[in-house]
Design a binder for this molecule. Structure first.
Ligand SMILES: *Cc1c(COP(=O)(O)O)cnc(C)c1O
Length: 431
């Protein structure tokens, strides 16, 4: 790896981020947590994924307000690299339909009747999911009422996830499902899919690997379903088996290619640069979200005084401790930073020069206490900007999203990006 090239590109991204913060200070200045979405990183990540997928389509997964990155900010930058886009809530689907008037859109969970109805009336042409015959009938009714065709993204629960997909044991189950669907005249299967929940730890070359076994079950079921649809003279659906981790683990030797359907992969985390450190992470991608905040004040406490709830941290330095106060607390930083029962947090943020400043004591809902002095000797002052999560300054040093997720007690990376991206204290912008 070329360390020099990496660190200089990280420096240029940092510079662009700081420029953007300075340029839009008037607009965003009253929200203390600044969430920068790196357009260049996003486009590069999408290019890397796009290239690896070869002939398969790319469905950008933008649920959870694009994992806290902002569905509007992100979708317009991705649209020309995608064949499909998917989200969950109607406000996301509405935004996607605006950005991409003709692209297939999927709702990635079974919708509530109210939201399906609203989406149908609005004419967004969303591929809906169902996990029971009853739900298929309701979707059929909603669309029949409007005199239009309902498209279904048919998920098969091949891996035992127990939620969005149809369960099946044998050929009869698949045949019955296919018959049910073809008996509803205004319903068509636009795509069939499975979700492999264990793919993050998969060993794709091991015969008994659970994801590989599930993929075999899915292939078997898909083949039976396709046979039925062919016999009925129906149009063949598309097929989608992979999310970020499974796409990387299994996609290269795609076992579904032989089925003769157009395929697409459903990619969320990798586009946002959140998987590079995983076992099956998208190599070469970088973090898209960077979060900073300003120092609100700096206070001094003498030796023996304590900081934070429950006196969780006691100053032991004979000269006392300077404490910088940040306008972001555990509502933003979340539970580990709250430091329940902890006096010695490993968590840190970065000062403007890239030096580490440790969190001190148990944190509050919307204010944090950090060491004003870094180990390198620099001292924070009022107004200085601190990075709460970033891979600028080198991923080995920064509070990367993966590292913050560890500090929070091993939460999912989506939890980190959503809490930073969407608190009332946060302001998101592109740079
Ligand atoms: C969220 C989701 C994905 C995307 O998962 P990533 O690991 O973030 O790529 C794919 N498929 C389904 C059904 C999902 O719900």
């Amino acid at each position: 790896m070329n360390m020099h090239a990496n660190s200089s590109s990280s420096a240029s991204r940092r510079w662009r981020f700081n420029e953007a913060v300075a340029a839009c200070q008037d607009i965003i200045g009253d929200r203390p947590v600044l969430v920068g979405i790196d357009c260049e990183a996003l486009k590069i990540n999408a290019g890397i994924v796009r290239k690896r997928l070869g002939n398969r389509g790319l469905c950008a997964i933008l649920k959870g307000d694009a994992y806290g990155h902002g569905v509007k900010l992100v979708s317009s930058l991705l649209v020309d690299k995608c064949t499909h886009m998917a989200a969950v809530d109607n406000y996301e689907l509405e935004a996607l339909r605006e950005v991409a008037p003709d692209m297939p859109l999927l709702r990635l969970r079974v919708g509530a009747d109210t939201e399906i109805n609203h989406a149908a009336r609005a004419g967004w042409r969303v591929r809906e999911m169902a996990a029971s015959r009853d739900k298929l009938e309701r979707i059929s009714d909603i669309y029949a009422h409007l005199g239009t065709q309902a498209e279904i993204h048919l998920s098969l629960d091949a891996a035992g996830l127990g939620r969005n997909g149809f369960s099946f044991q044998n050929l009869d189950d698949i045949e019955n499902l296919a018959q049910d669907i073809t008996s509803m005249p205004n319903v068509s299967i636009a795509s069939i899919a499975c979700h492999l929940p264990d793919a993050g730890n998969a060993n794709p070359f091991h015969r008994n690997d659970p994801s590989r076994v599930a993929l075999e079950r899915f292939r078997w079921a898909a083949r039976a379903l396709l046979r039925h649809l062919r016999e009925e003279g129906r149009q063949l659906p598309e097929i989608s088996a992979f999310s970020s981790a499974s796409s990387y683990a299994f996609g290269e030797h795609d076992p579904l290619g032989e089925l003769g359907c157009q395929m697409f992969d459903r990619i969320g985390s990798s586009l946002l640069g959140l998987t590079e450190g995983n076992r099956h992470g998208e190599q070469g991608t970088t973090q898209v979200m960077h979060v900073s905040t300003h120092v609100c004040d700096v206070v001094h406490r003498r030796a023996g005084e304590s900081i934070g709830y429950e006196h969780a941290y006691t100053v032991d330095n004979a000269n006392g401790e300077s404490v910088a106060l940040l306008g972001a607390g555990w509502l933003t930083l979340s539970r580990y930073h709250q430091g329940i029962g902890k006096t010695d947090l490993p968590a840190w943020c970065l000062g403007p020069d890239g030096a580490r400043h440790n969190f001190l004591g148990r944190q509050s809902m919307n204010i944090s206490t950090i060491k004003a002095k870094s180990a390198a000797g620099s001292t924070l002052k009022i107004g200085d900007m601190c990075y709460l999560t970033t891979d600028f300054h080198g991923a080995d040093r920064g509070p990367t999203i993966a590292r913050v997720a560890e500090w929070m007690g091993g939460v999912q990376h989506e939890f980190v990006t959503s809490s930073f991206g969407a608190t009332p204290s946060s302001s998101r912008f592109l740079f």
